[in-house]
Write a protein that binds this ligand. Structure first.
Ligand SMILES: Cc1cc2nc3c(=O)[nH]c(=O)nc-3n(C[C@H](O)[C@H](O)[C@H](O)COP(=O)(O)OP(=O)(O)OC[C@H]3O[C@@H](n4cnc5c(N)ncnc54)[C@H](O)[C@@H]3O)c2cc1C
Length: 408
């Protein structure tokens, strides 16, 4: 007879673990604290669910479990993930490597998983928060009044607690002797000190952003920057937000330099200088507002006029050399000071989790036999672009199969 397995948490990782364990012959029961499974999946990819990415590498991940990347990912990689969803009936859209359901509806991914749970006869208990897991004679594990041959913990991290992942899973893990690294919000907006943000709120513009920690350059990302009334957002900001969050936690100084003109080679001062020189010469009859029209977003132009202590109606011909230079440098390097992130409430993932050295290559606990982990609970988080869900599918499959005794 197959093993009896409990999966705690009905998110992406837990559902995948339950389906794979059941396919491997186990009798699976899944506990979800919400009134339905997969609430977070519905919010992913702006409701379209960017469920994976064909450009996969360990470079896309952070955390202690990255050390296991080469062993884990080949076991259930992007091709196998695509194959899984295709076989369950989902058509797939590939947008420059970013994978979505062809329906462009996150609900499709959730429905596919729900139908698979049903097909594999996984018993799903909703409105059922697990408060404790007790080892029984080193052989089995008890959840509530039920005893299981194996338990898979897939309670998620601390991000987006409204979806059910409020960090309580880490309490279950630490109660069993596991260690959890410090957790910070990641893939999150950054709040800045400067008081000019209200004036530029709503701007979306291509930019290159460089993160500095205590004055040292740490990361440089290009993409669509979003300016908000409190600071900066958008994919380039998300990509280095975890590093900024850890630095803020350690009371370090965090600044971001914004280059609004990334189309100019930043190492080619001559080209940049020539661009401005020609413009100053050609359009010298204009006022500054007219002169800057067409350089960048109008609100950005207005901000730069203000920050260079100029006025929109100032005549270009009368501008001092130092003011011109100030304007030129602000377009390339407007420095903002980061004071905080927008917190776990607004974050897409949490960085940190159960430390990798306490897990085997099948994601089983080295401390508690027959206890497995999957998903964001483990100390590994990905950059934006489908990497976090891919980790949920990969780790869920590995933990589910191993718990059921299937070698993949
Ligand atoms: C707004 C948003 C957009 C995102 N977009 C993307 C994207 O496009 N692509 C991508 O790759 N990633 C995206 N992510 C990240 C991705 O959704 C998560 O990394 C992934 O869903 C984590 O899966 P998980 O199963 O580990 O955890 P979760 O999805 O958090 O699931 C954990 C589940 O466990 C349940 N639970 C917790 N504690 C208990 C308990 N004690 N008992 C019973 N149940 C419990 C929770 O209710 C929850 O349902 C996004 C996240 C957010 C918030």
């Amino acid at each position: 007879m197959g093993k009896k397995i409990a999966v705690i948490g009905g998110g992406a990782a837990g559902m995948m673990a339950a389906i794979q364990a059941a396919r491997a012959g186990a009798k699976v029961e899944l506990y979800e604290r919400n009134d339905r499974v997969g609430k977070k999946i519905l919010a992913t990819g702006n409701g379209k669910c960017n469920f994976s990415n064909t450009d996969m590498s360990s470079q896309a991940y952070y955390g202690s479990a990255v050390s296991m990347y080469d062993k884990l990912f080949p076991l259930f990689n992007v091709e196998k993930t695509v194959d899984f969803f295709r076989k369950e009936g989902m058509l797939i859209k590939d947008r420059n490597g970013y994978l979505y359901p062809a329906s462009e509806q996150a609900a499709t991914v959730l429905d596919i998983l729900r139908f698979a749970l049903e097909k594999e006869k996984v018993q799903v208990y909703t409105d059922c928060k697990v408060e404790a897991i007790k080892p029984v004679k080193g052989e089995q594990l008890q959840v509530g009044k039920e005893v299981y041959d194996a338990v898979i913990l897939a309670c998620g991290g601390k991000a987006a607690p409204k979806t059910g992942s409020d960090g309580n899973g880490f309490k279950l893990a630490t109660a069993l002797g596991h260690h959890v690294t410090e957790l910070v919000p990641a893939l999150v907006q950054l709040r800045c000190k400067e008081d000019f943000f209200k004036g530029v709120a709503g701007v979306r513009t291509g930019a290159e952003l460089t993160l500095f920690i205590d004055g040292q350059e740490r990361s440089c990302v290009q993409g669509e920057l979003q300016l908000t009334d409190y600071g900066i957002s958008g994919i380039p900001v998300f990509q280095f937000s975890r590093e900024a969050a850890y630095a803020l936690m350690n009371k370090k100084k965090v600044t971001v330099s914004i280059n609004f003109l990334p189309q100019f080679d930043k190492n080619d001062e001559k080209e940049y200088g020539q661009f401005w020189q020609e413009r100053w010469n050609r359009q010298k009859e204009q006022n500054l507002e007219q002169f800057l029209t067409g350089v960048a977003n109008k609100k950005v132009n207005q901000l730069i006029i203000k920050l260079s202590s100029c006025k929109p109606l100032d005549k270009v011909a009368e501008l001092s050399r130092s003011k011109r230079e100030k304007i030129e440098s602000l377009y390339r390097a407007l420095t903002v000071t980061v004071q905080a992130t927008n917190g776990f409430d607004q974050a897409q993932v949490s960085a940190g989790g159960v430390v990798a050295k306490e897990l085997t290559d099948t994601l089983e606990s080295k401390l508690i036999p027959h206890l497995y982990f999957a998903g964001e609970m483990i100390d590994m988080d990905g950059i934006c672009g489908g990497y976090n869900l891919q980790w949920a599918w990969t780790s869920g499959t590995i933990a589910g199969c191993a718990a059921a005794g299937k070698i993949i």
